[in-house]
Every structure is written in structure tokens, then in C-alpha cells.
Design a protein around this ligand. Structure first.
Ligand SMILES: Cc1cc2nc3c(=O)[nH]c(=O)nc-3n(C[C@H](O)[C@H](O)[C@H](O)COP(=O)(O)O)c2cc1C
Length: 204
């Protein structure tokens, strides 16, 4: 059987000013067998063309949405991309089966620390709960949604912290295709359990 193919859908509205996601993108670009799709580079004026996007999705099995958390969600172009690309009769509805069975995960950087997303933190609401619209979208389309993998406290990271975050993204992209159905176990809680996934012996 062919190895599952990973598509990284990247969304950052000002990559030239990015400290963290730019580095995560670099790490993702170097990961073996991963296709990178930079939405703001491709569609700077938001004119998303559904046909090539759907072809790209058809050609991959694991969808990794890599982006900063902006206002408890994703940058606006990712929402526009979803609106335009996931058409009725293609992504959902009786004949809309193209995303069925694909894995869907967000890998994000968040300015706030992890504690801010805890019950007593500033935001109170866990990131997974804030991302409920993405989870519902994935479910409607029959994709298998995994808890987000987050780099918290992104704006306070020093160079070593950013390197560690990049290493985590590299590890995530390498391990996901090897997990098979077990990915769902590691994506079942509030956050994707990368350490657990890496500690598991999975088929090469
Ligand atoms: C418009 C905007 C909205 C933001 N909203 C949030 C937010 O809701 N939660 C959060 O933790 N950080 C938020 N941040 C901080 C970013 O997540 C953080 O700056 C980013 O992850 C750092 O990555 P970068 O260096 O690649 O931009 C926001 C930043 C911007 C510019």
C-alpha cells in the first residue's frame, strides 16, 4: 500500500513579519513527502479557485492546516478557502464524498500560554472547543478530525524555543502518516498527544 500523502495548507497573512510560523513552514517544507500549499501566496486577493484546490485535496490523505491562531480561529483566508473549496456535492451531501476518511488536523502557533486556554485562564475555553467550527466541518465532510497541535506562548519563544517548535512540527509530519487509525487515539483529547504518538511503535 502507498504511504499516506500529507498536504500542509499554510495560512499566514504577513509571512514577512512572522517569527514562528515562518520557521514552522521551513521545517514542514523540509519534511519528506509533504506537499506545501501557501494560501496567502497563492491567493493574495482571496480569489480562491475551487478546482485546483479540490484536485490538491484529492491527491492527499492527511490535511494539516498550519497557521497562527488569530482571534481564536484561523486567519481569514483559510475560512474563505473552506467556503469556496468544500462545495456541496464535492465535500458534503449525498455525492460529496471526496474528503471521506482523510485526517484533518490544525498545527498552530498561539501567542497566549497554554494556561490561558485552561478553565481558570484568560480565555477559559480550550483551543479544541474554540475550533469547533473546523471540527464540525470536518465531520460533515466525513473527514477524521484530530485535536489541534499547538505551540503556545509563541511570542515569548526565544531562538531555542522556536527551534524546538520546528522540531515538533517535523516530528508531527513524520509520525502522522505512520499512525494509521491510531491517529484518532492521539487526537481524542483537547490537544494532539505528540509525545504519545512518538512513543508508540508504529509500522514504518
Ligand atoms: C490579528 C491577530 C489575532 C491574534 N489572536 C490571537 C488569539 O486569539 N489567541 C492567541 O493565543 N494569540 C493570538 N494572536 C497572537 C498570534 O497567535 C501569535 O502572534 C502568532 O502565533 C505568532 O506567530 P508568527 O510569529 O508566525 O506570527 C493574534 C495575533 C494577531 C496578529
Amino acid at each position: 500500500m502507498n504511504a499516506p500523502r500529507v498536504l500542509v495548507v499554510f495560512a499566514h497573512p504577513s509571512l514577512e513579519r512572522s517569527r514562528v510560523c515562518a520557521r514552522l513552514l521551513e521545517a514542514a517544507s523540509a519534511a519528506p513527502g509533504v506537499t506545501i500549499h501557501d494560501l496567502y501566496e497563492r491567493y493574495p486577493h482571496f480569489g480562491v479557485d475551487p478546482e485546483p484546490e479540490q484536485a490538491l485535496l484529492d491527491a492527499h490523505d492527511i490535511l494539516v492546516f498550519l497557521h497562527p491562531v488569530h482571534w481564536y480561529s484561523a486567519p481569514a483566508l483559510l475560512k474563505q478557502w473552506i467556503d469556496v473549496t468544500l462545495e456541496h456535492g464535492w465535500a458534503y451531501g449525498a455525492e460529496g464524498t471526496h474528503l471521506r476518511g482523510k485526517l484533518w488536523i490544525h498545527a498552530v502557533s498561539a501567542g497566549a500560554p497554554a494556561s490561558a486556554y485552561g478553565p481558570n485562564g484568560l480565555n477559559r475555553i480550550p483551543l479544541r472547543a474554540l475550533f469547533a467550527p473546523f471540527e464540525a466541518t470536518a465531520r460533515l465532510c466525513g473527514a477524521r478530525y484530530l485535536a489541534p497541535f499547538a505551540i503556545f506562548g509563541a511570542n515569548s519563544l526565544n531562538a531555542a524555543g522556536i527551534d524546538a517548535a520546528a522540531a515538533d512540527i517535523d516530528a508531527l509530519l513524520r509520525v502522522l502518516p505512520r499512525l494509521g487509525d491510531r491517529a484518532l487515539e492521539f487526537g481524542a483529547a483537547d490537544e494532539f498527544d505528540l509525545a504519545g504518538a512518538l512513543a508508540t511503535q508504529v509500522e514504518a
